[in-house]
Design a protein around this ligand. Sequence first.
Ligand SMILES: NC(=O)c1ccc[n+]([C@@H]2O[C@H](COP(=O)([O-])OP(=O)(O)OC[C@H]3O[C@@H](n4cnc5c(N)ncnc54)[C@H](OP(=O)(O)O)[C@@H]3O)[C@@H](O)[C@H]2O)c1
Length: 221
Amino acid sequence: MCDDGAMSKNVGVLGSGVVGETLANAFLSLGYAVMRGSRDPSKLDAWRAQSGPQAHVGSFEATAAFGSVIVLCVRGTAAEAVVRIAAEGLDDKLVLDATNPISEAPPEQSVLQYFTGPNESLMERLQKLAPKAKFVKAFSSVGAPLMFRPDFSGQKPTMFICGDDASARSRATEILTEFGWETEDLGGAPSARAIEPLAMLWCIPGMRNNQWSHAFKLLRA
Ligand SMILES: NC(=O)c1ccc[n+]([C@@H]2O[C@H](COP(=O)([O-])OP(=O)(O)OC[C@H]3O[C@@H](n4cnc5c(N)ncnc54)[C@H](OP(=O)(O)O)[C@@H]3O)[C@@H](O)[C@H]2O)c1
């Protein structure tokens, strides 16, 4: 359910890292109320104190219950555990999944190692764990500083999204438009098998040349 009531302005951000902070601040700037979730919410007290009355912090469960839209931005290796913890609060909600299945093993020649194989994806695993949630892959293939209103001299970069629920993909597209992106809707959840590895590609110039200011764009003839 992606309702239009007051609750639809509540966003639950599961993640205390740089992605969580970036996306939480972006939603706050657009007038949403935001709760950020952590195993230890007190670590986010300073953020809450400086972010105004619409900023809240809580456990992963409380954050999932708070949001009508959820953002999942925890470490890839912890994503399944966090979804299990938060599962009840995710039912019928759009869950924007920014996670990548980056393994504990170090990159090989600037190529991240994943704990998933080519014919599966982390998001499909998460969707199976919380079947009533409406996962949409988004934000996973660009660095945090470029996630909100990226400045490419007037050109909008492309965010590739996918997920099994068409209405959730439409709502994600609306949010991405507010965030300054053009969206390429790739359909059902299996397309995450192609979207998640884009983060590997995105990181190579960063690790090779310390260049992190790029994003993908789909060109059509
Ligand atoms: N950094 C980027 O620019 C970027 C860009 C695109 C996508 N991503 C993806 O976005 C996600 C978040 O990245 P990030 O750099 O913001 O932060 P991160 O350091 O990858 O993740 C931090 C979050 O993971 C949670 N976490 C870590 N270990 C956990 C465990 N064992 N159990 C439960 N929760 C655990 C932390 O929970 P606590 O709050 O409880 O410590 C925290 O909320 C990742 O999947 C990453 O691949 C990152």
